[in-house]
Design a binder for this molecule. Structure first.
Ligand code: ADE
Ligand code: ZN
Length: 340
């Protein structure tokens, strides 16, 4: 159970968010405001009707609505406003650093230029007091040729993102499908992540590591089905960006009480807590921490471990990483901070 002290710790501790799809931070109110600004018609009569459609049965049922929501994004200012809103919300949750995913193909397929999307997102990152960097994700339901063309197109904006990821429909689209594009990204010096083991089997986590050579696994909760894989992840200190509320909304677990976050930590894995698509799944960073700690046997020691892991697993340069980790240590060395 969550007492006030633990609640205050979770809310006030400094933290990093490593798994946030910026298009998944579009709140229904902003979707409607942008639709009106851009003259886009939506298949929902009201904010309430749109929110009521957020009853998902699996990943695909969510993705269908998520891509429809992103259709209101047309101008650089739209991408700026969406990202600025997310960063303000993250700051309120004491997120100090965010590594933000965006899906360029969701926009270029609608005739929105790559530069329109990334320029708006990047400018909002520059204007925020929260440290932020951008990771571009390839849509795995599309072909590797399309991903390669997107990587080519991205190179004109190379200074505005730090890495590449892989998202969208997992099952049936194994990591191997993107071997060449990740190899090319690696040669370009980009950081590498991929969604794996959200709905897909542990074998997808293994091929993300072996074939794509990723440096973090997004989700990865199904790793626990394979003791050999767990041993490997623990040995290598491979981070998992776990998203508790997402996993419940998309029925990866039935209820938060059966989520495996505590088991992942007990197995020695570098688990982190993240919001994934906060506008769709019922909450931002602190809501994810609170829901998980409410339902699972997690205490202040786990909170400290998760805060530590979030910065340790980030792509910050070593000096900035050390500074944030020192901030975590200072916070936990002084329990009075939890009440500030
Ligand atoms: N795109 C946005 N959210 C996603 C998720 N949880 N899994 C795969 N693709 C996504
Ligand atoms: Zn995700």
């Amino acid at each position: 159970m969550l007492n006030d002290h633990l609640r205050n710790i979770l809310q006030n501790m400094p933290k990093a968010e490593l798994h946030i799809h910026i298009e998944g931070s579009l709140e229904p109110e902003l979707i409607f405001a942008l639709a009106q600004r851009n003259g886009v018609s939506l298949p929902y009569p009201s904010v309430e009707a749109l929110r009521a459609a957020y009853a998902f049965t699996d990943l695909q049922s969510f993705l269908d609505i998520y891509y429809a929501g992103a259709s209101v994004l047309l101008t650089e200012q739209d991408f700026y406003d969406m990202t600025a809103a997310y960063l303000a919300r993250a700051q309120a949750d004491n997120v100090r650093h965010a590594e933000i995913f965006f899906d360029p193909q969701t926009h270029t397929a609608r005739g929105v230029a790559f530069g329109t999307a990334i320029d708006g997102i990047w400018r909002a990152c520059q204007d925020s007091p929260v440290s932020a960097s951008v990771i571009m994700c390839f849509l795995r339901h599309l072909s590797e040729e399309e991903a390669l063309a997107t990587l080519d197109e991205s190179l004109a904006y190379r200074d505005k993102f730090i890495g590449v990821g892989l998202d969208s429909s997992e099952v049936g689209h194994p990591p191997e499908k993107f071997a060449r594009v990740f190899e090319r990204a690696r040669q370009l010096g980009l950081r590498l992540v991929a969604h794996a083991g959200e709905e897909g089997p542990p074998a997808y986590i293994e091929s993300a590591l072996d074939v794509l050579k990723v440096e973090r696994i997004d989700h990865g909760v199904r790793a626990l089905e394979s003791p050999e894989l767990v041993a490997r992840l623990a040995r290598d200190g491979m981070a998992l960006t776990v998203c508790p509320l997402s996993n419940i909304k998309l029925r990866v677990f039935d209820v938060m009480g059966s989520h495996n976050l505590r088991a992942l930590l007990d197995a020695g894995l570098v688990a982190t807590v993240n919001s994934d698509d906060p506008a769709y799944f019922g909450g931002y960073m602190n809501a994810n921490f609170l829901a998980a700690f409410e339902a699972l046997p997690l205490d202040a020691g786990h909170a400290r471990q998760l805060a530590h892991n979030s910065f340790a697993a980030s792509f910050l340069d070593p000096e900035r990483k050390r500074a944030f980790l020192a901030e975590v240590d200072a916070f936990f060395a002084n329990p009075a901070l939890a009440h500030s």
